[in-house]
Ligand binder design. Structure first.
Ligand code: ATP
Length: 326
């Protein structure tokens, strides 16, 4: 379980993570979705005990990331954006080394078992530099798993992989989600939709939406455009549909009438259905126009941009850091 309460990270006076709160539950993959620079990595580094928050609180596997960062590190597996791999070691040697640092008993057996979990046991004795990018990423995942952590934090793990490797890694993450609390960051919307049970959308350091991909879709569908098709000519139906109070706009399109509701919080479909039936027409089709997570994301981030006066430029780098040990 990850519980985040009003977590904030400031560099100078700029809050790059601005009072965010969310929960990631066990047995689920929680997607942390946002564009570049949204604050995903900064949040993940705070949750893994690598970066102290400016204010707020986060409990990871029941331990406070600020006061009990060593306890947190024992219970978290972290796959950073740049995996710290030693290229001249074999996959097995590297995992045994990580196991030693983490105090894992029966290191060799555990390293082999972990390689098996990430489907890489056949390359156990290959040097890391000879592995493909997707395989290296799986070695990275194995180092995050070797100590059987309760919580897994994966920072954009599919970046730079080819399409087949991406599918394999997504499958693996979904599988890991059954037995762990997984927080999985991505800026790819369809990926969040495919992999995650729950999605937290972050933009410019603030959470702009949270829910299952289905819930997020229905939130936007509520205020989105709807297609109406009846058994009468659209020219005949148009003035009637237009006169429904909850409808702002209606036009003939797509072999029917496309309507936009006047209030984003009100689903116009019940009123449309009633009107059609009252006129004695048959309702052939009444459906929201295709809305995917991509559109939801654009809409939500657009709303957030309209509502904020924050500068567009990112703040200056004050202390660049990297976990990469190439
Ligand atoms: P990406 O997908 O591009 O990695 P992200 O969502 O992970 O994006 P972060 O890396 O968390 O975003 O960065 C959030 C913001 O904080 C960015 O504007 C970044 O420039 C800024 N930032 C990060 N580290 C520092 C630092 N050490 N000093 C100043 N600003 C920083």
């Amino acid at each position: 379980m990850i519980e985040v309460q009003e977590l904030t990270k400031k560099y100078g006076s700029v809050a790059v993570v601005d009072s965010i709160s969310f929960t990631a539950k066990p047995g689920q993959v929680t997607g942390f979705l946002g564009p570049n620079g949204a604050g995903k990595t900064t949040t993940m580094r705070m949750l893994t005990g690598f970066l102290p928050p400016t204010s707020g609180k986060a409990l990871v596997a029941g331990h406070d990331v600020f006061d009990q960062s060593m306890e947190v590190r024992k219970r978290v597996g972290y796959l950073p954006e740049n995996v710290p791999l030693y290229r001249d070691m074999t996959a097995l040697g590297y995992l045994m080394y990580i196991g030693e640092i983490r105090g894992v008993p029966n290191r060799r057996a555990k390293a082999l078992e972990t390689l098996e979990r990430v489907a890489l046991v056949s390359r156990a004795n290959s040097r890391i530099r000879t592995l493909s990018k997707g395989m290296k990423q799986r070695v990275g995942l194995a180092q995050a798993l070797i100590h059987d952590p309760e919580v897994l934090i994966l920072d954009e793990p599919t970046i730079g992989l080819d399409p087949i490797q991406v599918l394999e890694l997504r499958d693996l993450v979904r599988e890991l989600g059954r037995n762990h609390t997984v927080l999985f960051s991505t800026h790819i919307l369809s990926e969040a939709e495919q992999v995650c049970d729950n999605v937290v959308i972050i933009n410019r350091g603030q959470i702009v939406a949270e829910g299952s991909p289905q819930e997020l879709r229905s939130t936007l569908e509520r205020g989105g455009r709807v297609l109406v098709r009846t058994n009468v000519n659209p020219d005949t139906a148009l003035p009637v549909i237009q006169s429904i109070p909850s409808i702002a706009q209606a036009e003939i399109s797509m072999d029917g009438i496309v309507v936009a509701p006047s209030d984003a919080q009100v689903d116009p479909r019940p009123a449309i259905a009633r009107t059609v039936v009252e006129h004695g027409w048959d309702l052939i089709e009444l459906r929201p126009l295709a809305v995917n997570l991509e559109e939801i994301f654009l809409e939500l981030t657009r709303q957030a941009e309209v509502a904020t006066d924050m500068p567009v430029e990112p703040p200056a780098e004050t202390a660049p850091e990297s976990e990469a040990v190439q």
